[in-house]
Design a protein around this ligand. Structure first.
Ligand SMILES: [Fe+2]
Length: 286
């Protein structure tokens, strides 16, 4: 069997798998289905990247106790797995089941990563604003941030980039920092190719103005959730010498749970049908 395809990645987000709230236990088999499909891909992707909200609601250790064995199957298949934090995560609980994230090479105390996607890099930011000392049943702030140390590292990365790069984070529209917005900073480099994010539970290709003065507009893509609510699925991402193509694989849509209505609203099936075969193309300017 051929090995994993270096240029092929799978993006998953908003897993929301937990060990306590039984009403939301349906997210676990949804994640298992996604993992099964990833492991059935041929060629296998070189890597799977998770854009946060691994925990269900509060980032309990019990959440990660459930999701680690499911995600471990990806690693056991020889596929690289990269995880970052969402607003429903908690670093200290996460580290109990993912101790390998304890020493970050770039920003102490954060889970910031630089991952090769083949023909481009991905800067995976850690935008979790909630602190580890918040109460166990405190979800923490919904919005995200890039702390000053991570921002300084990020700006250095941008200034030194020598090949195309994407930026990934949990929040994007809900991401706030002091001064110029994050996408404006990324777009200072002609190698910046697009911003990928979770949090919205919706397949949403879009554009964002990075600078009116410099006439810069950047592609952005919001990813589906593997199972909690909204667009349910994942994204297959393939880089080539000219750019990258994101392809949506969507299996369902519901709000707020699959059984929230006695009769499924007609829009749910319509949304799933409309989204079949959707893709987004990114091109490298440099
Ligand atoms: Fe989420």
């Amino acid at each position: 069997m051929d090995g994993p395809d270096e240029n092929l990645s799978v993006f998953i987000s908003d897993l929301h798998v937990g060990g306590v709230n039984k009403k939301l236990a349906y997210t676990r088999p949804r994640l298992e289905k996604v993992v099964n499909e990833i492991l059935a891909m041929r060629p296998l992707p070189k890597r799977v990247i998770c854009f946060g909200d691994i925990g269900l609601s509060y980032g309990l250790a019990a959440d990660y106790a459930v999701s680690r064995p499911i995600l471990q199957r990806i690693i056991d298949a020889g596929i690289d797995l990269h995880l970052t934090m969402g607003n429903h995560d908690r670093r200290s609980s996460f580290l109990k089941y993912w101790p390998e994230y304890g020493q970050n090479a770039f920003v102490p105390g954060r889970f910031t990563q630089v991952v090769s996607l083949g023909f481009a890099d991905l800067v995976l930011l850690d935008t979790l604003k909630g602190t580890d000392d918040r109460a166990e049943n405190d979800m923490g702030p919904v919005e995200g941030t890039i702390d000053p140390a991570q921002l300084a590292w990020f700006e250095k990365f941008i200034s030194e980039a020598k090949r195309p790069f994407f930026v990934g984070s949990h929040q994007f529209r809900d991401l706030y920092i002091e001064g110029a917005k994050p996408i404006a900073r990324a777009a200072k480099s002609a190698f910046f190719a697009g911003w990928l994010y979770g949090h919205d539970h919706s397949w949403c290709p879009d554009i964002a103005v990075a600078s009116w003065g410099k006439h810069l507009i950047c592609p952005t893509l919001a990813l589906p959730s593997t199972g909690l609510w909204g667009d349910i699925g994942y994204v297959v991402f393939r880089t080539d010498a000219d750019g990258a193509t994101a392809e949506l694989v969507q299996s369902d849509f519901y709000f707020q749970t699959p059984t929230a209505h006695a009769v499924r609203p007609r829009f749910w099936a319509s949304r799933v049908q409309e989204n079949q075969g959707k893709s987004m193309r990114f091109v490298f300017e440099k």
